[in-house]
Design a protein around this ligand. Structure first.
Ligand SMILES: [Zn+2]
Length: 187
């Protein structure tokens, strides 16, 4: 199984004309279902409009391409740590961590680090949400397990424990697996 199917970085050249994307260019981003996950395409809005396609995107959104910038702000350190943690968790793809991954993504969305681009209800009542990193354009496909409200606080505490380093990923994963904490909502 692919370990990183749910993290796709934004391209820096147009997927259609292969020319570099200029800073602040209007782009259309799309996820195309492919074997083992998704292919991501980032295209000039004009190229996308002109292209003839024989496939339907899993998800598609309009955005503005921002050229990468060198980091120098120290005050953003804490938030970047949370972003790094999400990246690590998404790459690990540990089913026991799905509640933690989702709550962390929501925290990053509230912190204006991520923006939700799409939501795809699944047959089992869960929702696949597509989040995009506002700064570097990376895409995360995150399972929304439809947590019960009363379980949210517990999961938030686990996220805080991970961010502050008082618990390791392994410890939290073990707690989740043994069901000491939140159970997903059953419809
Ligand atoms: Zn193009």
């Amino acid at each position: 199984m692919s370990q990183e199917w749910n993290l796709r970085s934004r391209g820096h050249v147009c997927s259609i004309c292969q020319q570099p994307l200029e800073d602040r260019a209007k782009v259309v981003s799309a996820l195309k279902e492919a074997q083992g996950g998704y292919e991501r395409r980032d295209c000039h809005a004009e190229c996308w409009a002109a292209e003839t396609r024989d496939w339907t995107p899993f998800s598609q959104w309009d955005g503005i391409y921002l050229a990468p910038v060198k980091e120098e702000k120290k005050e953003a350190l804490k938030k970047e740590d949370a972003g790094e943690l999400l990246r690590k968790l998404v790459t690990l793809d540990d089913p026991a961590m799905k509640n933690v991954v989702y709550v962390l993504a929501v925290m990053l969305e509230r912190g204006k680090i991520l923006v939700e681009r799409d939501a795809k209800p699944q047959e089992d009542g869960t929702i696949l949400r597509v989040y995009e990193d506002r700064k570097n354009g990376d895409t995360f496909v995150i399972l929304d397990p439809r947590l019960r409200l009363e379980n949210l606080g517990e999961v938030q505490q686990q996220v805080v424990a991970l961010l502050s380093g008082t618990k390791t990923l392994g410890e939290v994963s073990a707690e989740e697996e043994t069901g000491e904490t939140a159970q997903p909502q059953t419809a």
